[in-house]
Design a protein around this ligand. Structure first.
Ligand code: SF4
Length: 145
């Protein structure tokens, strides 16, 4: 699945959950709390592939899924840059010290597995918007190659 396809599909799933919660009277912090990993595994098993095995993307006690992937994630399926003949398709906008990368098929991808920035409650509170793609509006970058 391309980055773009994942983005569109995730936005659709996120939107459906928000609409359901709002119809039930949820708002603000109650919505954020609903997106805590343990609750999502139970109530929204199709939101993330990892939920099937009750597997967290990060080995941390508190994990909030509201802002998965991350507002600082930047991608373009056509490529953001070319470095030493390697096509870069994703990167971290804030150059997190916990960001790493991997190269597969001559394509470089950002690896966020050691960064918990978007999964903390304080981060979600700071960037909260009921419309997921508004928070993520800078994620899709223009192709630069
Ligand atoms: S490395 Fe961290 S801050 Fe950067 S995009 Fe990934 S999760 Fe976000």
């Amino acid at each position: 699945m391309s980055y773009f396809d994942w983005f569109v599909e995730h936005d659709r799933k996120h939107h459906q959950i928000i609409q359901k919660l709002k119809a039930q009277g949820f708002f603000g912090e109650a919505i954020i709390d609903y997106f805590v990993f343990e609750n999502m595994v139970e109530k929204e098993p199709h939101f993330c592939l990892l939920y099937a095995n009750k597997q967290k993307c990060h080995d941390i006690k508190y994990l909030n899924c509201y802002l998965c992937a991350c507002p600082h994630f930047r991608f373009n399926d056509e490529g953001i840059a070319v470095k030493e003949s390697v096509l870069v398709k994703s990167m971290c906008a804030i150059a997190s010290k916990n960001a790493s990368k991997f190269i597969y098929d001559n394509i470089e991808h950002l690896d966020c597995s050691k960064c918990i920035v978007p999964h903390t409650k304080s981060f979600v509170l700071k960037h909260f918007d009921e419309v997921w793609h508004k928070v993520m509006r800078e994620c899709i970058t223009s192709p630069k190659v």
